[in-house]
Design a protein. Structure first.
Ligand code: FDA
Length: 303
């Protein structure tokens, strides 16, 4: 119930304005967001690199309402890719296709993604495509598929909660995708997704077995110890090396565990968001931790 309310709040523009201008939010934002500028994000990336942890930089922003905004976001991503190549080698970029205009014009979005992929390829940087709400999921997947043969290193997130998840994974027959398996962070209908948390975890464990057996270099985007221990156990049974897959976690969440896994010899990548459009991202993080509801109410009343 609380999760649903926070996810509804994530979509509300009036609340966005109210929460964004409340100084109470500042501390919480800085826990989950690296800063507003690319330089700040690069500084965070280097600090994590020094601990043996890789990063994926995410320029915050989603669901543009004008195509000009999607072109500007693409330019900013191209700058980010160049900065990575120069100052933080090994980092990837994570992008939401709604930010490149997938909901407005799929072919324009595909043009932007192609430009990003070509620049990233020249710079030796990998692009990771986030998976958003199921209203743009099929378009996102179709756009990714178009470019997979030419840019096979590109990674795509897949949400275990979605009923179609396994079907989607099996549907890749020619080039096998590199995926990031996550539970799923969006408010979805029961027809589309499993909504019970324990059932989502069970499905995550089931898909982990399949993914480790069938897909190259998978990433597991989770902070759930049950899921992490399961990945370790199955990989061990299959005789995989600790570097054959990676754990991915969000900036600001379970930092000790991130360092512990890196110290154990696993590859760890932290998703580092930066930029000024942090509201929907922050609300999804709140929804994952209902204890944060109190904060949210305070910022509403105090704003
Ligand atoms: P779960 O929510 O059960 O959390 C396990 C434990 O982790 C909690 O008990 C708590 O200790 C800690 N924790 C989790 N979230 C927290 C938070 N916000 N604040 C504080 N503690 C927290 N989703 C999506 O739909 N599309 C996508 O593209 C992505 N991409 C993505 C990338 C990466 C690198 C990660 C780690 C996650 C995503 N997600 C995502 C989000 C994902 O779907 C999911 O919502 C969160 O990872 C939370 O689920 P967990 O698997 O961590 O389990």
């Amino acid at each position: 119930m609380i999760r649903k309310l926070l996810l509804l709040a994530a979509e509300n523009k009036a609340l966005e304005e109210r929460v964004s201008r409340n100084p109470l939010t500042k501390g919480l934002v800085s826990r989950y967001v690296a800063g507003t500028t690319l330089d700040e994000a690069i500084t965070v990336a280097r600090k994590l690199n020094a601990k043996g942890i890789d990063v994926s930089l995410d320029l915050l922003g989603e669901t543009v309402s004008e195509l000009e905004e999607s072109a500007a976001a693409t330019d900013a991503y191209v700058d980010t890719i160049h900065a990575i190549a120069e100052k933080a080698p090994g980092a990837t970029v994570s992008v939401k296709l709604s930010q490149l205009g997938v909901a407005l014009d799929q072919s324009v979005c595909a043009g932007h993604l192609k430009r990003m992929l070509a620049v990233a390829d020249q710079c030796g940087v990998t692009v990771e495509v986030d998976m958003e709400h199921s209203s743009v999921g099929p378009q996102t997947l179709a756009t990714y598929r178009t470019f997979l043969p030419s840019f096979p290193h590109t990674r795509i997130a897949q949400q275990a909660a979605l009923r179609r998840c396994q079907e989607n994974l099996i549907s890749f027959t020619e080039v096998k995708p590199r995926i990031r398996l996550v539970k799923g962070a969006y408010r979805e209908n029961l027809d589309t997704a499993i909504c019970n948390a324990d059932e989502v975890t069970a499905q995550y464990l089931h898909l982990t077995d399949w993914v480790l057996r069938h897909l190259p270099d998978p990433a597991f985007g989770t902070h759930d110890s049950t899921c992490i221990d399961h990945v370790k156990a199955v990989a061990n049974q299959l005789g995989l090396d600790r570097r054959d897959f990676e754990f991915q976690m969000l900036y600001g969440v379970r930092r000790n565990l991130q360092e512990q896994l890196a110290a154990e010899g696993y590859r760890v990548r932290v998703y580092v968001p930066f930029g000024s459009q942090w509201y929907p991202y922050l609300m999804r993080r709140m929804a994952e931790r209902p204890a944060n509801l109190l904060f949210f109410l305070r910022s509403l009343i105090g704003g």
